[in-house]
Design a protein around this ligand. Structure first.
Ligand SMILES: [Zn+2]
Length: 240
C-alpha cells in the first residue's frame, strides 16, 4: 500500500480537512460547494506533489484570514496548506509576543531530562529554579523535558510528522497546532515524563501541593475550564 492510499484510508471527516483559500466573499454557497469538492479532492491527492501549491500572501494570516464563510473558523497554515483548527484547540489560540533571543535563559543541564538545551523566558527561570530546589529538599526530583518552543518550531514538528505520513487531525491529538502552544510564551515547562504516567508520580503530587507558592500552575488540569485534554506534566509560570 503506498502512502497516498494510506492517507485516503485514514482520512478524517471532511469538515477537518484542509481547505485552500480560493473562496470569494460574495459566493458563500458556491464557496461551500467548492470547499467540499476541494476537501474531497485533497483527501484523494494530498501527497507531496500537491503541496507544491503555495497559499500565497494569505499564508501569513494564520487566523480568521478573510471574511468568507470558511475562514470564520480558526485555521493554521502548514507548508502552504490551510487546516481548520477543530475543538478542543479552537478558541484556545495563544497570543505570544515576539521574543528576542535575549529574552531567554537556559535551564541548567543537570535539571533537564537527558541534559538537553532547554530555554525558558528569563522571568520564569528564577521561580523555576527555586521550585526545583525546594522539591529536591523534599526528596522529589523534577526534571525539565521541554521549555520554550517557537511557533515556527511547532510548525516544523508538524512538517516532520506529515513527511512521515501522519495527517493533521491525527497529530493534533498529541501536539498543539502552531500558535496554540503555551510553550511559545517561554513560561511553560513540561516535566519528565511528559506523558500520562506523570500523573502517578510523586513529583506530580508534590507540584499540586507546592507549585502555586512559586506561581506555577497546571494549565490543563484534569477539569480545566478550557476543555483541553489533561496534561499533568505541563506547568506554566503565571507571575506574581
Ligand atoms: Zn507542555
Amino acid at each position: 500500500m503506498n502512502r497516498d492510499t494510506a492517507r485516503r484510508r485514514l482520512s478524517p471527516p471532511v469538515t477537518h480537512r484542509l481547505v485552500r483559500p480560493f473562496l470569494q466573499p460574495a459566493r458563500l454557497l458556491a464557496g461551500a460547494i467548492i470547499a467540499g469538492f476541494l476537501a474531497v479532492s485533497s483527501a484523494a491527492h494530498a501527497d507531496r506533489s500537491d503541496r507544491a501549491t503555495p497559499a500565497g500572501p494569505a499564508a501569513t494570516q494564520h487566523h480568521r484570514a478573510s471574511p468568507t464563510g470558511v475562514t470564520e473558523r480558526e485555521i493554521v497554515v502548514i507548508d502552504g496548506f490551510y487546516y481548520i483548527v477543530p475543538a478542543p484547540w479552537a478558541g484556545n489560540k495563544i497570543e505570544a509576543p515576539a521574543l528576542s533571543s535575549d529574552s531567554f535563559r537556559q535551564v541548567p543541564a543537570e535539571l533537564t531530562y537527558n541534559r538537553t538545551n532547554i530555554y525558558v523566558h528569563s522571568i520564569a527561570l528564577p521561580p523555576l529554579l527555586a521550585m526545583l530546589d525546594r522539591a529536591r529538599e523534599d526528596g522529589v526530583e523534577l526534571l525539565v523535558e521541554s521549555g520554550y518552543r517557537s511557533e515556527r518550531y511547532q510548525r516544523t514538528i508538524f512538517k516532520r510528522m506529515m513527511a512521515q505520513g501522519r495527517i493533521f487531525t491525527d497529530i493534533i491529538r498529541y501536539v498543539a497546532p502552531p500558535g496554540y502552544s503555551q510553550h511559545a510564551l517561554g513560561t511553560a515547562v513540561d516535566f519528565h515524563p511528559s506523558n500520562w504516567r506523570f500523573a502517578d508520580t510523586r513529583a506530580y503530587a508534590w507540584l499540586q501541593e507546592n507549585a502555586a507558592a512559586f506561581s506555577f500552575k497546571e494549565t490543563y488540569s484534569r477539569s480545566n475550564k478550557r476543555n483541553m485534554p489533561w496534561e499533568a506534566w505541563h506547568w506554566n509560570y503565571c507571575g506574581k
